[in-house]
Design a protein around this ligand. Structure first.
Ligand SMILES: C[S@@+](CC[C@H](N)C(=O)[O-])C[C@H]1O[C@@H](n2cnc3c(N)ncnc32)[C@H](O)[C@@H]1O
Length: 210
Protein backbone atom coordinates (compact mmCIF):
# COMPACT_ATOMS: atom_id res chain seq x y z
CA UNK A 1 0.00 0.00 0.00
CA UNK A 2 1.30 3.40 -0.92
CA UNK A 3 1.39 6.27 1.56
CA UNK A 4 -1.47 8.06 -0.26
CA UNK A 5 -3.78 5.13 0.44
CA UNK A 6 -3.26 5.47 4.19
CA UNK A 7 -3.34 9.27 4.21
CA UNK A 8 -6.75 9.13 2.47
CA UNK A 9 -8.02 6.58 4.97
CA UNK A 10 -7.17 8.90 7.86
CA UNK A 11 -8.45 12.03 6.11
CA UNK A 12 -11.77 10.34 5.34
CA UNK A 13 -12.03 8.64 8.75
CA UNK A 14 -12.10 5.16 7.17
CA UNK A 15 -10.24 3.52 10.04
CA UNK A 16 -12.17 0.29 10.60
CA UNK A 17 -8.88 -1.27 11.71
CA UNK A 18 -8.86 0.84 14.88
CA UNK A 19 -9.92 -1.05 18.01
CA UNK A 20 -11.71 0.70 20.83
CA UNK A 21 -10.22 -1.73 23.34
CA UNK A 22 -6.71 -2.83 24.17
CA UNK A 23 -5.76 -5.92 22.16
CA UNK A 24 -6.65 -9.11 24.04
CA UNK A 25 -3.53 -11.02 22.97
CA UNK A 26 -1.42 -8.14 24.28
CA UNK A 27 -3.16 -8.08 27.64
CA UNK A 28 -3.02 -11.85 28.07
CA UNK A 29 0.52 -12.55 26.90
CA UNK A 30 2.65 -9.44 27.39
CA UNK A 31 3.76 -10.51 30.88
CA UNK A 32 5.45 -13.64 29.43
CA UNK A 33 8.10 -11.35 27.90
CA UNK A 34 9.22 -10.51 31.46
CA UNK A 35 10.42 -7.02 30.62
CA UNK A 36 11.71 -4.55 33.21
CA UNK A 37 9.22 -1.74 33.86
CA UNK A 38 11.05 1.10 32.11
CA UNK A 39 11.89 -0.86 28.96
CA UNK A 40 11.21 0.84 25.65
CA UNK A 41 8.63 -0.85 23.44
CA UNK A 42 8.31 -0.17 19.73
CA UNK A 43 4.87 -0.18 18.09
CA UNK A 44 5.28 -0.12 14.27
CA UNK A 45 2.53 1.34 12.06
CA UNK A 46 0.81 2.33 15.29
CA UNK A 47 -2.20 4.36 14.14
CA UNK A 48 -3.81 5.70 17.31
CA UNK A 49 -3.82 2.31 18.99
CA UNK A 50 -4.84 2.15 22.64
CA UNK A 51 -2.26 -0.62 22.99
CA UNK A 52 0.30 2.18 23.36
CA UNK A 53 -1.56 3.66 26.32
CA UNK A 54 -1.78 0.25 27.96
CA UNK A 55 1.94 -0.39 27.52
CA UNK A 56 2.74 3.05 28.95
CA UNK A 57 0.46 2.29 31.92
CA UNK A 58 2.79 -0.63 32.75
CA UNK A 59 5.68 1.81 33.07
CA UNK A 60 7.14 1.24 29.61
CA UNK A 61 8.35 3.97 27.31
CA UNK A 62 6.57 3.57 24.01
CA UNK A 63 7.79 4.61 20.57
CA UNK A 64 5.35 4.28 17.68
CA UNK A 65 5.80 5.10 14.03
CA UNK A 66 2.91 6.22 11.88
CA UNK A 67 2.59 7.89 8.47
CA UNK A 68 -0.40 10.01 9.40
CA UNK A 69 -0.15 13.08 11.64
CA UNK A 70 -3.95 12.93 11.94
CA UNK A 71 -3.54 9.63 13.82
CA UNK A 72 -1.00 11.13 16.22
CA UNK A 73 -3.11 14.24 16.79
CA UNK A 74 -6.21 12.16 17.48
CA UNK A 75 -4.32 9.80 19.81
CA UNK A 76 -3.31 12.63 22.13
CA UNK A 77 -6.51 14.69 21.71
CA UNK A 78 -8.62 11.69 22.73
CA UNK A 79 -6.72 11.62 26.04
CA UNK A 80 -7.06 15.40 26.38
CA UNK A 81 -3.29 15.67 26.36
CA UNK A 82 -1.26 18.37 24.62
CA UNK A 83 1.83 16.63 23.16
CA UNK A 84 5.22 18.19 22.55
CA UNK A 85 5.64 18.40 18.78
CA UNK A 86 9.11 18.50 17.24
CA UNK A 87 9.62 18.67 13.49
CA UNK A 88 12.68 16.87 12.16
CA UNK A 89 14.03 15.95 8.73
CA UNK A 90 12.53 12.48 8.54
CA UNK A 91 9.89 12.55 11.27
CA UNK A 92 7.69 14.90 13.23
CA UNK A 93 7.54 13.58 16.76
CA UNK A 94 4.51 13.90 19.05
CA UNK A 95 5.24 13.02 22.68
CA UNK A 96 3.55 13.06 26.06
CA UNK A 97 3.28 10.76 29.07
CA UNK A 98 5.91 8.25 27.93
CA UNK A 99 4.43 7.80 24.46
CA UNK A 100 6.22 9.16 21.38
CA UNK A 101 4.68 8.83 17.94
CA UNK A 102 7.15 9.44 15.12
CA UNK A 103 5.15 10.61 12.12
CA UNK A 104 6.79 9.51 8.91
CA UNK A 105 7.74 6.37 7.04
CA UNK A 106 8.71 3.19 8.92
CA UNK A 107 11.27 2.46 6.20
CA UNK A 108 13.11 5.70 7.05
CA UNK A 109 13.72 4.67 10.66
CA UNK A 110 17.22 3.99 11.92
CA UNK A 111 18.02 2.04 15.09
CA UNK A 112 18.76 5.13 17.18
CA UNK A 113 15.23 6.44 16.58
CA UNK A 114 13.89 3.60 18.72
CA UNK A 115 15.45 4.72 21.98
CA UNK A 116 16.90 1.28 22.81
CA UNK A 117 13.67 -0.63 22.26
CA UNK A 118 13.85 -4.19 23.62
CA UNK A 119 10.41 -5.34 22.51
CA UNK A 120 7.96 -4.82 19.66
CA UNK A 121 4.20 -5.24 19.50
CA UNK A 122 2.90 -5.66 15.95
CA UNK A 123 -0.86 -5.66 15.58
CA UNK A 124 -2.10 -4.90 12.07
CA UNK A 125 1.31 -3.69 10.86
CA UNK A 126 2.80 -6.63 8.91
CA UNK A 127 -0.66 -7.66 7.70
CA UNK A 128 -1.41 -4.12 6.51
CA UNK A 129 1.30 -4.45 3.86
CA UNK A 130 1.28 -6.26 0.50
CA UNK A 131 3.61 -9.20 0.01
CA UNK A 132 6.68 -7.44 -1.40
CA UNK A 133 6.53 -4.85 1.37
CA UNK A 134 6.17 -7.52 4.04
CA UNK A 135 9.59 -8.90 3.14
CA UNK A 136 11.10 -5.42 3.31
CA UNK A 137 9.29 -4.81 6.60
CA UNK A 138 10.68 -7.95 8.26
CA UNK A 139 14.19 -7.17 7.03
CA UNK A 140 14.05 -3.52 8.07
CA UNK A 141 12.63 -4.36 11.50
CA UNK A 142 15.56 -6.75 12.03
CA UNK A 143 18.01 -3.97 11.25
CA UNK A 144 16.43 -1.72 13.87
CA UNK A 145 16.67 -4.21 16.73
CA UNK A 146 19.43 -5.91 18.71
CA UNK A 147 19.85 -9.59 19.54
CA UNK A 148 17.65 -10.61 22.44
CA UNK A 149 14.84 -8.19 21.51
CA UNK A 150 11.42 -9.77 21.49
CA UNK A 151 8.58 -9.39 19.01
CA UNK A 152 4.93 -10.24 19.62
CA UNK A 153 3.23 -10.39 16.25
CA UNK A 154 -0.45 -10.82 15.40
CA UNK A 155 -1.11 -12.25 11.93
CA UNK A 156 -4.17 -13.73 10.32
CA UNK A 157 -4.89 -16.53 7.89
CA UNK A 158 -8.00 -16.66 5.70
CA UNK A 159 -9.30 -17.84 2.34
CA UNK A 160 -7.90 -15.30 -0.14
CA UNK A 161 -10.71 -15.93 -2.61
CA UNK A 162 -13.10 -14.36 -0.08
CA UNK A 163 -11.22 -11.13 0.63
CA UNK A 164 -8.44 -8.98 -0.72
CA UNK A 165 -6.43 -7.10 1.87
CA UNK A 166 -5.64 -5.15 3.84
CA UNK A 167 -5.64 -6.93 6.19
CA UNK A 168 -3.69 -9.46 4.11
CA UNK A 169 -3.70 -13.21 4.50
CA UNK A 170 -0.34 -14.01 6.15
CA UNK A 171 -0.30 -17.71 7.04
CA UNK A 172 2.16 -19.55 9.24
CA UNK A 173 4.30 -20.59 6.24
CA UNK A 174 4.94 -16.97 5.30
CA UNK A 175 5.59 -15.85 8.87
CA UNK A 176 8.09 -18.67 9.11
CA UNK A 177 9.83 -17.65 5.86
CA UNK A 178 10.02 -14.03 6.97
CA UNK A 179 11.18 -14.49 10.53
CA UNK A 180 12.36 -18.01 11.37
CA UNK A 181 15.95 -17.37 10.25
CA UNK A 182 16.06 -14.20 12.38
CA UNK A 183 15.82 -15.95 15.74
CA UNK A 184 13.63 -18.24 17.81
CA UNK A 185 10.09 -18.14 16.42
CA UNK A 186 7.08 -19.78 18.09
CA UNK A 187 3.29 -19.72 17.95
CA UNK A 188 1.97 -18.48 21.31
CA UNK A 189 -1.73 -19.02 20.70
CA UNK A 190 -4.48 -18.72 18.09
CA UNK A 191 -8.16 -17.92 17.97
CA UNK A 192 -11.00 -17.73 15.46
CA UNK A 193 -11.78 -14.18 14.42
CA UNK A 194 -13.02 -12.31 11.39
CA UNK A 195 -11.26 -10.11 8.87
CA UNK A 196 -13.75 -7.54 7.52
CA UNK A 197 -16.50 -10.14 7.89
CA UNK A 198 -14.48 -13.09 6.53
CA UNK A 199 -13.75 -15.89 9.01
CA UNK A 200 -10.06 -16.12 9.80
CA UNK A 201 -7.60 -17.63 12.18
CA UNK A 202 -5.69 -15.06 14.16
CA UNK A 203 -2.34 -16.18 15.54
CA UNK A 204 0.00 -14.64 18.03
CA UNK A 205 3.68 -15.30 17.35
CA UNK A 206 6.72 -14.63 19.48
CA UNK A 207 10.17 -14.07 18.08
CA UNK A 208 13.32 -13.69 20.14
CA UNK A 209 15.85 -12.10 17.80
CA UNK A 210 19.14 -13.96 17.53
C1 LIG B 1 -4.05 -1.33 9.61
S1 LIG B 1 -3.53 0.13 10.36
C2 LIG B 1 -3.10 -0.47 11.98
C3 LIG B 1 -2.88 0.60 13.00
C4 LIG B 1 -2.55 0.07 14.41
N1 LIG B 1 -1.46 -0.86 14.44
C5 LIG B 1 -3.77 -0.53 15.06
O1 LIG B 1 -3.69 -1.66 15.54
O2 LIG B 1 -4.81 0.14 15.10
C6 LIG B 1 -1.96 0.41 9.58
C7 LIG B 1 -1.38 1.77 9.92
O3 LIG B 1 -0.07 1.86 9.40
C8 LIG B 1 0.17 3.14 8.89
N2 LIG B 1 1.22 2.96 7.88
C9 LIG B 1 1.14 2.31 6.69
N3 LIG B 1 2.31 2.29 6.07
C10 LIG B 1 3.21 2.92 6.90
C11 LIG B 1 4.60 3.21 6.80
N4 LIG B 1 5.34 2.86 5.75
N5 LIG B 1 5.17 3.88 7.83
C12 LIG B 1 4.45 4.26 8.91
N6 LIG B 1 3.12 4.01 9.04
C13 LIG B 1 2.51 3.34 8.06
C14 LIG B 1 -1.19 3.57 8.33
O4 LIG B 1 -1.33 4.96 8.25
C15 LIG B 1 -2.15 2.94 9.34
O5 LIG B 1 -2.47 3.84 10.37
Amino acid sequence: MEADFWHSRWQEGRIGFHQNDVNGFLQNHWATLKLPEKSTVFVPLCGKSLDMLWLASLGHRVVGVELSEIAAQQFFAEQSVQPDVVKGDRFTSYSANNVTILCGDFFDLVATDLDGAVAVFDRAALIALPKDMRKRYAEHLRQLLSSGCQLLLVAMEYDESALSGPPFNVPWAEVSTLFDHQGELSIVTEQKADARGTPCLERLYRLIYG
